[in-house]
Design a protein around this ligand. Sequence first.
Ligand code: ADP
Ligand code: MG
Length: 912
Amino acid sequence: MASGGGIYRNGTHRNSLKGTTTTATASTDRPFSVNSNPSKPAPKNKSSSLAGASSALRKSSPGSLGGGAAKDDAGVPGRVRVAVRLRPRNAEESVADADFADCVELQPELKRLKLRKNNWDTDTYEFDEVLTEFASQKRVYEVVAKPVVEGVLDGYNGTIMAYGQTGTGKTYTLGRLGEEDTANRGIMVRAMEDILAEVTPERDFVSVSYLQLYMESLQDLLDPTNDNISIVEDHKSGDVSLPGATLVEIRDQQSFLELLRLGEAHRHAANTKLNTESSRSHALLMVHVKRSVKGREPAHPSENGNNTNMAKSLRPPLVRKGKLVVVDLAGSERIDKSGSEGHTREEAKSINLSLSALGKCINALAENSAHVPVRDSKLTRLLRDSFGGTARTSLVITIGPSPRHRGETASTIMFGQRAMKVENMLKLKEEFDYKSLARRLDIQLDNLIMDHERKEKAFEVEIGRITTDAQNRISEAERNYADATEKERLKYQKDYMESIKKLEEKWMMNQQNQGSERKEQMIHTAEEVAELKKLLSKETSLRKEAEEEVNNLKSQLAQLKMSEASANSEILKLRKMLEGEISQKEKLEGEISMLQSQLLHLSFEADETRRRLDRGEPGKVTGGLDSLISQVRPQLKDSGNGEKASVAKLFEQVGLQKILSLLEAEDADVRIHAVKVVANLAAEETNQQKIVEAGGLKSLLVLLGNSDDETIHRVAAGAIANLAMNEMNQELIISQGGISLLSMTATNAKDPQTLRMVAGAIANLCGNDKLQTKLRGEGGVKALLGIVKCGHPDVLAQVARGIANFAKCESRASSQGSKTGRSLLIEDGALPWIVQNANSDASPIRRHIELALCHLAQNEVNAKDMISKGALWELVRISQDCPREDIRTLAHRTLTSSPTFIAELRQLQTDY
Ligand code: ADP
Ligand code: MG
């Protein structure tokens, strides 16, 4: 079979059949391909075998592959796509490994594969596709091969390879013919089906070579005598070709299947002869696809063949060439180098060579290494233009489930992992094919002329036949129609006459039966109608009235609504006006208070300016009251120089009256400012009299009573305390109800500083001999004792000072004889607090109390109380421990001059 048909070898024409080179063969004797019209019977001699003319055979020439002006298109980057496929357990494994888990676990949705390292540990790998043992051949083809095949049809080279241990399904995946069950067809068969479905036999050209590579020798599986084929590389284009290999044109699937069968048979025979197994060799199927590029192809000459079309058709067609290489690699398992399989060491090395070179190239490509050792083996040289680089490449790595082959499986997986890193640069191969253009044009022209003639003749015959046929049919139809019409007409006429007759009879009968009955009915009906008419007119007038009423009510309602709306809008308007008035009022109030503070500010400024002008100084004082105060304060503190007087004068000029009037201002801020100014003024002795004269003291006392603001209370109390340093003012304060106002302020105070001011004011009052009784009568002592609750040392110091002052005045009055009886302090219950704080940690408190005790002790009337309340012991302690000598001496003198104390001490046998 191989020797028949048109096989060229090494450029030698071995058969007289001309194949595609003659017009007749190419056009009319085209084999029955998958694309041709199935209704046409295929010529018998064409589909029988590839040995016949059905397979037009060619020899590839270096010129067509390497010498063409391959277009240097910009490459499209891609990557070698790697899928892993797991073979199902076979019968033997099912028995032998029944108790063991598979060595791999697939996660196809995640495109992951887990390789079991041991019982508790796995390694996980990712692939472009993970195909389980259940993956169909169709699916495998679609994910692994289809994209590559499509690329080849578009003019790119492509490679599909299977790599794996022997027996894992490489041949099953690639080479299955699917004769027993079409579902089992492998990649080679399916790829060719897709290619043939896509190409146009008249314009495109598909051819294949089928080879085996064993021990670095390339054998032609389509012609076994052809067994050391050389590889030719075009260094310019990088194309690889095998000029010596048989190249068979494929026009239909059947001839391709026969070719594969033939190749397989030759492979088996060759391996038997070589005493080896097919698993040791690589099988390579090369499919060349040459396609005219659509849109650039020559136009068909029209019937009258005008010149423009001819000129167009003379343009050479643009062709795209793609080469698909399907490689069923030798088993990846290591060959025993010892040569135990009957090979010598050298043979073993040579058998391994191509596969290990492929591994090395993949490593180099994956690592982007500058040198890729393609020249090391025939396989890598052959794949030079189809793997990595400029081609689309898919690799299926096949693995078995058996845990016994874990090592081989692992190395297969690693091979796949490295291949995943190989980048492709796709290159489109297009060139102008002038020779085929001329040939094709000839063929086309002949075809068209013949076709035309044939068609014209057939057309004329057909027209004649159709015309006569049509005429016959028309006349027959006309005849039939006339007959049928006449028949119908007669039938209808008869029916019509009969029905008229029947109706007439019926009518006559009805007339006779119903004559009298109907008369009576008519009279009755006329009466009823008259009555109904009457009722109707009555109802109508009633309805009209009701409608009028309704209309009336409606208009009333509308009026009411209108007036309500206007009243509402009136209310709204008034409300708005009211709101306007309120906001106006608030605004005016705000403005008034603002104007008040501005007035104060302005009067300060004016006075300052005037003063400066008087002094002959330029400029003016800016800023508000606060800044003025802050300017003034340091000057006030800076006593002892002439400035003080001038400050006081300044306020005088501003108008004390004005400031005092602001103490009653409505605005709380203004009041606070004003009271602060007054307090600052009151701190200066020189101002105190003026303030009092201007009624300031009274205003301050009023503030204590009226204001709710604690700041005002604090500042006012401070001012009062300052004013209370003057004897005359003290009288005024008490006579104007100051004690009760101050004690009320103390009761309400939350701030210890307020209490300090109040206590300070009362303490000052306590120092006035003339006011003792009155002060106590107004509750001054009680107020002081109430304040001690606060506990703040500053406050307590003021209380202690007040008590000391009071005690001092009392002792003075007693010694002058103007006072008799117990101390008012003791009367008001001050003694326990005095004793309690006599030894206070705070020295100001202690000192005042020590003095107070000494003063109290000087009046013999107080002695008994002092003894009973424990004051005696405090006096003893003061006389011994007080750090101040004058107090110590005073205490001692007091103790030794009181007979009661002496008697007591003696009675207690205290040696004093
Ligand atoms: P290889 O070419 O890798 O040595 P084969 O393709 O010859 O392996 O397969 C070995 C055996 O396993 C064959 O009997 C084949 O039918 C079977 N086999 C391989 N893959 C599958 C598969 N996916 N489903 C069913 N059987 C398979
Ligand atoms: Mg195989």
